[in-house]
Design a protein around this ligand. Structure first.
Ligand code: NDP
Length: 452
């Protein structure tokens, strides 16, 4: 049994009920086999065993009252995964599917991603099984206040700095920040994704989507190509998807799909700027469903999710590029095969771990330009890091300055993943490149800091 197999066997036994966490660890540990052959000191210091164990897991009750006066109880979490290179940093997810295993996978990925950004941030993730869908603003506020009434004692600008994720956008961050400020009586950069009037950074809302498209452009540049004229499939219609669509348009591409959990639209004519403005209003203000896009624009066809299908038809259209930007495991083996069959040769992951291991292996074998989430979507947390810097400086950079820094960071992440993949004998394999480049900095820092 190889070292990686031994580790995986232990994880499968210990964390049996956490399939997403096992999946994330499997992918990373397989890449790290290449490192361990060259750096056996990591084995001696049990760096892998330590890096897959969270430094701390916080689990708490979140009671709140709905608009009808009924008591509701949700579960809150914060996984403080690794602080070797900086304070814990990573988003909060509010979605009914949230559980310990999902948050551990996200926190684990975050450790490597944050390391890749070149900024001093450790890894963490948190959230709740609370579903903001269909809740009034007042209900969301009461929930956020109750959630923060426990979380505040565990976080801080130099300890742990949460941000948004699925179900947590500007509205939720506002309520969370307000409650933190009240309880601590201090105005500090303890959360990122804040409003511009109260410590937020320009470009933070755009950053994950923009970054995933910048990453695709970098991958294409290695083949002397650009996004100009390329047809792009996008999934999701939230924060990441919206700004991925905007940046695809900026760079001359043609986005033709987007989705929510009920279905997807295919707009053969392309989602142009006017349609994107409608989509943003539909999702961010009216909080409506994607089906309404097809009611409004006759060029679009809506397809509802069919639970009987073992593939997602969104990934079965002729295109050049794909930007999965909804959720984990939204591209399974069959979807990956459909993408390849339809001549997609650029996949840049806006979402975290959107492709199953079977799908990833197909992309690697086909030698397409495949940017794994922990590299391709790192622009969001990188810009959160820039928000932290601006908060520390008590200063705000211009839109152009932050965007230029974001672009620079995405280029350097691509370069690090690309060159590391080559240095470890798997040129073009950005999964290995990103996993190894992210790992080395954290592992060496852990060794420097002793057995803690
Ligand atoms: P949002 O909540 O803004 O949007 C999520 C979108 O994905 C919605 O359209 C939602 O549809 C859809 N979706 C969510 N869960 C499911 C599901 N189980 N099945 C089908 N569709 C689903 O979240 P974000 O845009 O912020 O996040 C999207 C992805 O990007 C996530 O994987 C997240 O972890 C990742 N990410 C986000 C970052 C950020 O800065 N926000 C940073 C890095 C990664 P519906 O409304 O119907 O639920």
């Amino acid at each position: 049994m190889s070292f990686a197999q031994e580790i995986l066997a232990k994880v499968k036994q210990k964390d049996a009920g956490q399939p997403e966490f096992i999946q994330a660890v499997t992918e990373v540990v397989e890449s790290l086999e290449l490192v361990l052959q060259k750096r056996p000191e990591y084995i001696k210091h049990k760096i892998i065993e330590r890096i897959i164990e969270p430094e701390r897991v916080i689990l708490f009750r979140v009671p709140w009252m709905d608009d009808q006066g009924n008591v509701q109880v949700n579960r809150g979490f914060r996984i403080e995964m690794n602080s070797a290179i900086g304070p814990y940093k990573g988003g909060l997810r509010f979605h009914p599917s949230v559980n310990l295993g999902i948050l551990k996978f996200l926190a684990f990925e975050q450790v490597f991603k944050n390391s890749l950004t070149t900024l001093p941030m450790g890894g963490g993730k948190g959230g709740s099984d609370f579903d903001p869908k269909g809740k009034s603003d007042n209900e969301v506020m009461r929930f956020c206040q109750s959630f923060m009434s426990e979380l505040f004692r565990h976080i801080g600008a130099n300890t742990d700095v949460p941000a948004g994720d699925i179900g947590v956008g500007g509205r939720e961050i506002g309520f969370l920040f307000g409650q933190y400020k009240k309880l601590r009586n201090e105005f500090v950069g303890v959360l990122t994704g804040k409003g511009l009037n109260w410590g937020g950074s320009l470009i933070r809302p755009e950053a994950t989507g923009y970054g995933a498209v910048y990453f695709a452009a970098e991958m294409l540049a290695t083949r002397n190509e650009t996004l100009e004229g390329k047809t792009c499939l996008v999934s999701g219609s939230g924060n990441v998807a919206q700004y991925a669509i905007e940046k695809i348009l900026d760079l001359g591409g043609k986005p033709v799909t987007c989705s929510d959990s009920a279905g997807y639209i295919y707009d053969e004519a392309g989602i142009d700027r006017e349609k994107l403005a409608y989509l943003m209003d539909l999702k961010n203000v009216k909080r409506g469903r994607i089906k309404e896009y097809a009611d409004k624009f006759k060029s679009a066809v809506y397809t509802a999710v069919d639970p009987k299908l073992d593939y997602n038809p969104l990934w079965n259209h002729k295109a050049n590029c794909a930007f999965p930007s909804a959720t984990q495991n939204e591209i399974n083996g069959k979807d990956a095969a459909n993408l390849l069959k339809n001549k997609v040769y650029v996949v840049s992951e806006g979402a975290n771990m959107p492709t199953s291991i079977e799908g990833v292996n197909q992309f690697i074998d086909a030698k397409i330009l495949y940017g794994p989430g922990k590299a391709a979507n790192a622009g969001g947390v990188a810009t959160s890091g820039l928000e932290m810097s601006q908060n520390s400086l008590r200063y705000g950079w211009s839109r152009e300055e932050v965007d230029a820094k974001l672009l620079g960071i995405m280029k350097s992440i691509h370069k690090a993943a690309f060159e590391t993949a080559k240095a470890f004998g798997t040129p073009g394999n950005l999964v290995n490149g990103a996993n190894i480049a992210g790992f080395l900095k954290v592992a060496d820092s852990m060794m420097d800091q002793g057995l803690v």
